[in-house]
Design a protein around this ligand. Structure first.
Ligand SMILES: [Zn+2]
Length: 287
């Protein structure tokens, strides 16, 4: 029992900050009022990470990088990892292979203009949109030199995302079936693991799920995941930003999009103070 507690304390988890605009959320149904807040919202997160002496991986949308080159430089200077969250934040399901190559080409061209030749090792698909319907994206990632992907959500709760049957811990992902492990695969996958309770798999490690559940439950659940493995916690800067515009949406989408925004940064701080976190590449030993 003592050994188990020690293990929990020493596990280093991965922190993913999906650096996008508030209007990139698919739940807004394509509404894009030109209110740009990503830089201000992300700086709040940077300050929090400084305060908690934590490093993470910022998966940045290319459009955001193009508009805010200083923000990218700041993230990089603070020794956080820079990863890719697409150029336009279109889910893979709305792209084909050629469009995706073009997205990555534009992303890398913008990043190179800002940072010079810095290796980008990690990709995180917008809206967890990697599954067996979009597995063609894996070869594109390999062609662009990516070492890992962090897009698989191994629970299927709705028609839009989720892969039932995918491993819960990091694995070398098969190019033929994203649910399969292939030791010879050039890409490592870091799925977002759910809490396993009896027969249920409950997502808790980030985003809406983190805003939804109370801190003591998150603490208990994440500790439980840490008994077996590290988790990946993801957060969007707009989720902790009080000025995020609350657009008119259906009741469900409004709840998912905006619930808990005012307390989300406090919740992040609570978790950052209770678990160890680092950049995804460091947790995977790919630094
Ligand atoms: Zn996103």
């Amino acid at each position: 029992m003592r050994g188990r507690i020690r293990t929990v304390v020493s596990v280093i988890n991965a922190l993913a900050i999906d650096t996008e605009e508030w209007f990139h959320s698919e739940l807004l149904g394509g509404q894009r009022p030109p209110i740009f807040q990503a830089a201000e919202a992300t700086r709040q997160v940077l300050d929090l990470l400084d305060h908690c002496q934590t490093k993470g991986t910022f998966f940045i949308v290319g459009e955001v990088a193009e508009r805010h080159p200083d923000l990218v430089r700041e993230i990089f200077k603070k020794s956080h990892e820079i990863g890719c969250h697409g150029f336009s934040h279109h889910p893979l399901s709305k792209l084909n292979e050629d469009h995706f190559r073009e997205e990555l080409r534009r992303f890398h061209s913008v990043m190179e203009g800002i940072l010079g030749k810095v290796p980008i090792k990690g990709f995180r698909a917008p809206c967890f949109s990697l599954d067996n319907r979009t597995k063609w994206a894996l070869q594109v990632l390999v062609d662009f030199g990516y070492r890992y992907d962090a897009s698989i959500f191994p629970v299927k709760l709705n028609p839009h995302y989720g892969v039932n049957g995918a491993p819960l811990r990091p694995y070398r992902i098969s190019m033929k079936d994203v649910r399969e492990e292939d030791p010879s695969s050039p890409l490592v996958e870091f799925p977002t693991p759910p809490l396993r309770l009896w027969r249920f798999r409950i997502p808790i490690a980030g985003g809406f799920y983190m805003r939804l559940f109370p801190s003591p439950f998150l603490h208990w659940g994440l500790k439980r995941i840490n008994r077996d493995q590290p988790f990946l916690l993801y957060f969007h800067p707009w989720e902790g930003f009080s000025k995020t515009p609350r657009l008119k949406l259906s009741m469900v989408n409004r709840f998912i999009s905006f619930y808990g925004i005012d307390s989300a940064l406090k919740k992040m701080e609570f978790l950052l103070n209770r678990f160890k976190f680092s950049r995804v590449d460091r947790v995977l030993g790919l630094e």
